[in-house]
Design a protein around this ligand. Sequence first.
Ligand SMILES: Cc1ncc(COP(=O)(O)O)c(C=O)c1O
Length: 427
Amino acid sequence: MDKFIDMRGRYVSPGVYLIHPITVTHGVNELLYDVEGREYLDFTSGIGVTNLGHSNRELVQAALDQLGKLWHISIHVANYPAYVTLASMLVERVKLSGPAMTAFFNSGAEATENAVKVSRRASGRPYVVSFIGGFHGRTTLALSLTGKYKPYKVGFEPLAPSIVKAPYPYCYRLRLEEDDCLNMVMSSLELLVDVDLDPSVVASIMVEPIQGEGGFVVPPKGFLRELESFARRRDILLIVDEIQTGYCRTGKFMAYEHYGISPDIVTLGKAMANGLPISGIVGVESVMKKMDSGSIGGTFGGNPVSAAVAVKVIEVIERDNLCMRAESLGKLLSDRLSDLEKKYDFIGDVRGLGVMKAVELVKDKHTREPDKGKAKRIVEEARRRGLLLLTAGYYGNVVRLHPPLTISEENLARGLDILAESVKSIA
Ligand SMILES: Cc1ncc(COP(=O)(O)O)c(C=O)c1O
């Protein structure tokens, strides 16, 4: 083990989890290098963040240009071009139910918190509905919206009040065909909102268009549309969390575009500045304009360097047609993963959109009993062979792949070869 891993054990709380016991020093696009000079293919993208690869030269230049001019003033003290340029670009591209406005923060959890605050202040209602198995962050309000107890909530109660959970249409695990699955979920939501609560006290519904940490759970096609009309009929705001799914990861700039809906608020984070800290919300003007001056934001939110890089990220994505590229790379991924599914009884499901794909490990296809141990072993075997992967899922039994959108086809294929060998080695 390298000395930095020893230092981590000694000086860093184990609460900050570590999947891969390696110390990396630098990266080039889809490749990472550790202190011992080993090379890895990075199919984690730093948890779905470095969509344009590591040390992307254009982004480095955009950061350097801004660093040399101004790296902090706080948007509350004075205005600066990068912040408002980014705001205008997002308002043009993230289409909502009406004209939109933005606000920027530092992390996904902060975007979650602010989306909830905004929905409560604008509606004057307290309750928020989120989904079982969803993930929205680790700060107390975001954690309260997160729909998984272990490890996130253990010992951290009491959490925030006035948050309720509905089941997500995870049809594979619910063992239902798509239509029945959708009906079951919508009926549960109706009982929750109309009976257990009353629509007049519900400010918003927060939903991931594909559950990320939940294991890349893709809902049935009609789900988001039904959810949208459910919310509209009750005057409830629809918040779509695009923190993990946004920025072309699924083949569209925003994943909700696959489903033809118009949210009221969208939360953004992760890939916005390819890893420099920034997050944001885009919300309809009618809601965003109701905020009292000074009630949202923060010292660092939308800092000039992150904002300048975030502007460049959008320019590069559009110039290089990276949404389309995500879709075509996604097809390569699907084909290879489906081959594995056919071959092994312990691969229960293969799913995802674009370059956001996962395999669910089970004891066998019939019982569908989750097999967390197998997922962990595949990730370890892959690392030994030079491929970095992540797990996810309600039961930790999902292996997820989210390489950068800029990965070469050769390296995508090489990574998939390594995955196949790793799966074979544990069979
Ligand atoms: C969908 C979603 N929302 C919110 C968050 C929280 O983001 P952060 O870790 O930047 O606070 C995450 C992080 O994984 C996420 O996937």
